[in-house]
Design a binder for this molecule. Structure first.
Ligand SMILES: Nc1ncnc2c1ncn2[C@@H]1O[C@H](COP(=O)(O)OP(=O)(O)OP(=O)(O)O)[C@@H](O)[C@H]1O
Ligand SMILES: [Mg+2]
Length: 376
């Protein structure tokens, strides 16, 4: 049962007679643990100050403070509250004294002369228990620190990805603007930029603004400001924002709403942003035109909002990681739109799912608790 010194458990032997200590050591040596001796209650208490012990063998009749009092003092210390104590006595102990001793933390009584095999096996049980719990403690600490390390690495990875992605996204529009401005500066007479060039620049600046906003929303989600409203209006506002883009691309927008208001307690700005992203994704998936439907359904428990398009459908490799940050198939996309949308929907207690339609195109569905429920 030899163990290396690191995993050796401390066993405290308390007896005022050196010969008894020698005898105890003789019996317990073969356990291969670290046997610590004390010849008085005071010394025992001192030994217990800084080290943890698997078990204490405590002689009852000590000079000065007796064994029972020592046990009481040991139990009073936080560090030793659970340390098992085996009392060693020379005489049969009266039962009321034993009961008192148990209440002070004794786990066992042994009467001299000690039977070596019995003592050894009792001590070895406590040593094993101690070592198991120490091992468990170490494993727990290891697990915790691994978890912390993983979280730190995860955060760093996301931060790195974020920085790389921002740099990549911002570089293209900046390059376009730079070329145009440098071209204008190169001509001797301060030639103003043409209307067409200014329009391109304006488009690139708008794109930059959107990229910056997306990253901000991703890195620092704004607080929710929920108020009860008719969801049909929020959808209408988002659709109105994209009407021109849709028309330009030959995409027809169709809305299918109930005739009654669809009450929901949502953050209108954030929800509009979700819808704009879903509608824009759908429009971008229909470069040669198509039909974009927004269907609102309300039951007393749930509101379901579905965006259906007749576009290319979601590429299979993208579909698997659709709501993961930076997943995009677009040269100018940040791949944050759906990830931010999911966070917003979930912060409203809802769910967002997406699938491809058998007849072509994709469907994205948002399910929200109804306005009445959301108020609870
Ligand atoms: N309706 C859709 N049809 C086909 N593919 C889609 C649809 N919606 C999303 N996708 C795919 O999912 C990807 C991720 O969409 P997401 O909105 O998260 O980012 P993005 O549109 O690429 O960039 P942005 O951050 O500018 O929104 C898209 O690049 C596209 O490949
Ligand atoms: Mg998008």
């Amino acid at each position: 049962m030899m163990r290396d010194s690191e995993s050796k458990a401390n066993v405290l032997l308390v007896d005022d007679t050196p010969a008894n200590l020698l005898a105890l050591r003789g019996i317990l040596d073969s356990l291969g643990q670290n046997l610590v001796e004390a010849t008085s209650g005071e010394e025992a208490l001192r030994r217990l100050l800084h080290d943890d012990f698997a078990v204490i063998l405590l002689d009852v009749s000590l000079p000065g403070i007796d064994g029972y009092e020592v046990a009481r003092l040991i139990r009073g210390r936080k560090r030793c509250q659970r340390t098992p104590i085996i009392f060693v006595t020379a005489y049969e102990t009266p039962s009321e004294r034993m009961i008192e001793a148990y209440s002070q933390g004794a786990v066992d009584f042994l009467i001299k002369p000690l039977v070596p095999a019995v003592l050894r096996s009792k001590v070895s049980v406590f040593v094993e228990l101690f070592q198991k719990s120490e091992q468990l403690k170490r494993q727990q600490e290891q697990l915790l620190s691994q978890q912390r390390e993983m979280m730190r690495a995860g955060h760093l990875a996301v931060a790195g990805q974020l920085a790389a992605s921002v740099a990549h996204e911002v570089r293209n529009p900046l390059a376009t603007i730079k070329v145009l401005v440098e071209g204008a500066l190169r001509t001797k007479n301060a030639a103003p930029l043409s209307r067409q060039e200014l329009t391109v620049m304006h488009g690139e600046i708008t794109r930059l603004e959107r990229i910056v906003q997306d990253y901000l929303d991703f890195a620092r989600p704004p607080e929710l400001n929920r108020c009860l409203g008719d969801l049909r209006e929020v959808v209408d506002q988002a659709a109105a924002l994209l009407q021109t883009t849709a028309l330009r691309q030959g995409v027809r927008l169709a809305a299918d709403y109930p005739s009654q208001p669809v009450w929901a307690k949502v953050d209108h700005d954030q929800f509009r942003a979700v819808l704009v992203n879903l509608l824009l994704n759908a429009i971008e998936a229909m470069p040669r035109g198509g039909l974009l439907q927004v269907v609102l359904n309300a039951t007393p428990r749930e509101i379901e909002l579905t965006v259906i398009d007749t576009g290319t459908g979601i590429a299979p490799d993208i579909l698997k990681r659709l709501f993961t940050p930076f997943v995009t198939s677009k040269p100018s996309g940040t791949g944050l739109g759906l990830c931010i949308s999911k966070r917003i929907v979930e912060s409203h207690g809802g769910r967002i799912t997406a699938k491809n339609r058998a007849e072509g195109g994709a469907t994205v569905t948002i399910a929200l608790p109804s306005g009445h429920e959301a108020e609870v």
